[in-house]
Design a binder for this molecule. Structure first.
Ligand code: SF4
Length: 343
């Protein structure tokens, strides 16, 4: 009854999306990776661009990583793009370009967690494995009045078990699509459309007016503030940029030499550190502060643009023309600055 109602609702209300017209595991996988932590409206152009540039898993596996990062630019969580590439290579090298067909074997691939594995296994191979994402937590907790904390290991186990009891074994693909779409369009976080909901007569949250308290999520995300002071060095019409290394954010993306602080500092202090190797320079301009919000971090960036003509820096720093910079993969913070001040 529950699943039939959901699937009926889905048939009448689903959005017309390209990955819903295929059971090709490459396309389903690509769409699911792109849509993690991304709204459909934002992810759609990225999906189209990836399918156009890499029509097959083989094309993606053989692409240079920089091209993949460049196309990913703006989606954030760049480790997803790197894992996308790694996973494509494994599918080509170890599975003859065919995605594994079981939930457990899919889970072994880089970047594929329980949610994505369940989506591929059910959409492409008709396996009755329930997807459990934020939408599913919300729908199930409201309908059943379940108050277990969804950020706790117990909550994860409980909701996963319930979802796998409720899944329609005859139509696991439609059921999984339906509950996610229902959570995305109907049973939304704020102001769900309860008066026109086909499940309202049995929904705990609606009957008790508890929509706003469910699901329960106790663990709050800790936000770290970071202050980046970038030095934009122009040498002979080229700008110094480096690919970011290490385990930090934006690995593999290009930005400028940076001084980082946990607090906002005077621009003079940042300049003293940033310019310690530079003998003679002219400050061209200093930008206002840009704020860039990531899921666990708030980045505050300022850009100090200087021109130098004759310096040792020229010998050991990578620098790029404007045309080259356009093609480099860059964080959106950097792109925003470049669009305002340089391009
Ligand atoms: S009645 Fe409201 S809270 Fe309950 S499932 Fe429907 S939209 Fe969600």
């Amino acid at each position: 009854m529950f699943s039939a109602t959901l699937v009926n609702w889905y048939q009448e209300n689903k959005r017309d999306l390209p990955w819903r017209k295929t059971i090709n595991p490459y396309k389903i996988w690509l769409s699911e990776i792109i849509l993690q932590q991304t709204r459909v409206i934002q992810g759609l152009p990225y999906y189209t661009s990836f399918i156009t540039n890499f029509p097959t898993v083989n094309a993606l596996a053989n692409a240079p990583e920089e091209k993949i990062l460049r196309l990913w630019q703006g989606l954030g969580y760049y480790s997803r793009a790197k894992n996308l590439h790694k996973c494509a290579k494994i599918v080509v090298d170890q599975f003859q370009e065919k995605f594994p067909t079981t939930y457990d074997s899919l889970l072994k691939l880089p970047g594929i967690g329980p949610y994505t594995a369940a989506a591929i296994a059910s959409f492409c191979y008709h396996q009755p494995i329930a997807v459990v994402d934020g939408n599913v937590y919300r729908v199930l907790s409201r309908i059943g009045g379940i108050t277990t904390d969804i950020s706790s290991p117990q909550g994860v186990r409980e909701f996963k078990a319930l979802a796998n009891v409720l899944i329609d074994h005859q139509n696991p693909d439609s059921y999984n699509q339906a509950i996610m779409e229902f959570g995305a369009l109907q049973c939304i976080p704020k102001k769900p459309s309860c008066p026109i909901c086909p499940l309202k007569n049995t929904c705990f949250a609606y009957l008790h007016q508890e929509q706003h308290t469910l699901p329960v999520k106790l663990k709050k995300t800790k936000i770290r503030n970071r202050f980046f002071y970038y030095l934009v060095i122009t040498i002979n019409n080229k700008i110094v940029m480096n690919a970011r290394k290490g385990k930090d954010i934006w690995q593999g993306l290009y930005d400028f030499p940076v001084y980082e602080s946990e607090k906002r500092v005077d621009i003079e202090k940042a300049l003293t550190v940033l310019l310690k190797d530079v003998n003679s320079y002219v400050i061209d301009n200093i930008s206002e502060e840009y704020k860039h919000i990531l899921s666990h971090q708030h980045i505050y960036g300022r850009f100090i643009k200087i021109n130098i003509t004759n310096n040792d820096l020229e010998l050991n720093r990578q620098s790029f023309s404007i045309e080259e910079i356009i093609e480099l993969p860059k964080p959106i913070l950097i792109n925003n600055y470049l669009n305002q001040y340089i391009f």
